[in-house]
Design a protein around this ligand. Sequence first.
Ligand code: ME8
Length: 637
Amino acid sequence: MNPFFISTPIYYVNAKPHLGHAYTTIVADSINRMHRLQNRQTYFLTGTDEHGDKIVEAAARKNQSPETYAEKISTLFRQIWPLLEIENDRFIRTTDPEHKECVQKILLKVYDSGDIYFGEYGGHYCYGCERFYTEKELVDGLCPDHLEKPKFLQEKNYFFRMTKYLEPLKQHILGNPDFIRPERYRNEVLGMLGDELNDLCISRPKTRLSWGIELPFDHNYVTYVWFDALINYISALGWPDGPDFKKYWSGAHHLVAKDILKPHAVFWPTMLMAAGVPLYRSLRVHGYWTIKETKMSKSLGNVVEPMSMKDKYGVSCFRYFLLREMQFGLDASFSEEALVGRLNADLANDLGNLTNRVLAMTHKYFKGSVPVTGKPQDLDRETIELGLESFREYVRLYENFDFAKALARLWVFVSHLNKYVDQSAPWVLFKEGNADRLQTVMYVLLEGLRKIALHLWPVMPGASEKMLDQLGVKFDLESIDLAAETSHWQGLDAGTLVARKSNLFPRVDLSLDKPEGSKESQKRKKDNDPLVQFEDFQKLEIVTGKITEVNKVQGADKLYKLRVEIGDDKPRQIVAGLADFFAATDLEGREVIVLANLAPKKIRGVMSQGMVLAVRQGDRMSLLKADPGVEPGKRIS
Ligand code: ME8
């Protein structure tokens, strides 16, 4: 069996980890564990991307050097992953000396072969994405991801002859259907290759940016951040001669979200071709976690903190929800209600109750000891067959990155076992003294639970190991034979002692779970109180602003799309119902008051990031503003 290599993107260190980063890293951990469970040799790589404009800007905002800032945020990522039961083999940083050396080696190789040349280029540069956009890629003149107007830059730079490799790349994609998955992203990339793509600008003059890896052939330039970052996937393995590179690279799978499809599906494979390195095996692309239909992202400020979810609901439940809720490849919406819904239905009700009932019956009928199985009847045989088939399908779907479908398939069996308890009614068998049948039924149930717990290890390792422990089994990775587990119904030894009960997945009630008088119930009371507490008011970020641009929103007569400066370097785009009251020219240059931390929302397809405060009297609208001379960005207190 080929060794398995899985990587996540290396995350920018311009902000702390959020749920989107946690999702990708949990998926990587979980698919890696599925391979570990089958005793394959595996390598799981994650890390941080630390060079570039973004990091310099974020560090400057905190009055820190890029080195200090990068170190601080990178440490946060490294500390959080183990708490989410993520077990990576290596955490790479683009500031690691071996990585820098590797990037320079590749640059020199490609330069020497004539695929890097010096030229002049002008283009629309988005600092958020750290890349140039063509006119065609912009939406209403803005970067589609950051909703900001890119800056037009013209300068002399080094270019990678990417266009030379586009046709070979297309042929590779056509000849290898699994190279980019799911299918929709493969088609998207084939579409990109049909468009006119240019050579890739791979340097930045040091006069503009010095926080990067110096070009080995020109000391006045540093490497473009993507050319630096993508190489982490092989520098971590010790390219070209390292034993890990030799062992793992042919089984390399990259995991990313759709935001960075192009760098991974076009830049990276063409870079590998130019450097004479074989291509990775497959690219697996997932969709976005959204909040109320808007992408969760640090630049929009609507992120969910993974640690608060873990602290509130437990790591197992959090991991289960992420893997069960998102259909891999499509967007999924995050809400605590949905998380609690899954926790209660799937974990507390279906699996938790079943485990509790079976453990309690084992104690009642057999003093807690696993019975010897009797002769199976039709109902037992059907159950066993369905179970084995469910486990096989589950593993197949899981290995295909279809996590939600895999878990749904496993839960068909969990639900079946719940029915099986009712149909075979062990309490009646006990009353009737039907010992042989009772032993068979209880063995089918206990062995079913053991197999379920084992198969859940990639999803929730901690809970899986505890559940096995409750069934009297010590989890031992080395001794597991998953192929055997899915072909026969044996494993639990008769006489094994099981726990009295299992409370792994307690129910959660979002509204009534906290008793009267508790801190939480007092908070609930406060939340319903019509009077606003001071700390609630403090949450509102109300600031002075200035309207700098006004445009109509297509198909909505009452709405304007405003560009509002609020002091920081990022102007806001706000959709406001002001068109009935003001001509566009009346609004341009007006000073206003803005609620700046309103959750971003799409209005008529246009993203709105705040609210302009106004007073309406009859058919007159008046805009609030501060006294003359107050600059944009001052907070109202
Ligand atoms: O792009 N939903 O780093 P980054 C799902 N440094 N996943 C999300 C997400 C969301 N709302 N938001 C972020 C970079 N992610 C580069 C990568 S790789 C050589 C260099 C996850 O910090 C997802 O995996 O912006 C996405 O691709 C990644 O974070 C982007 O992380």
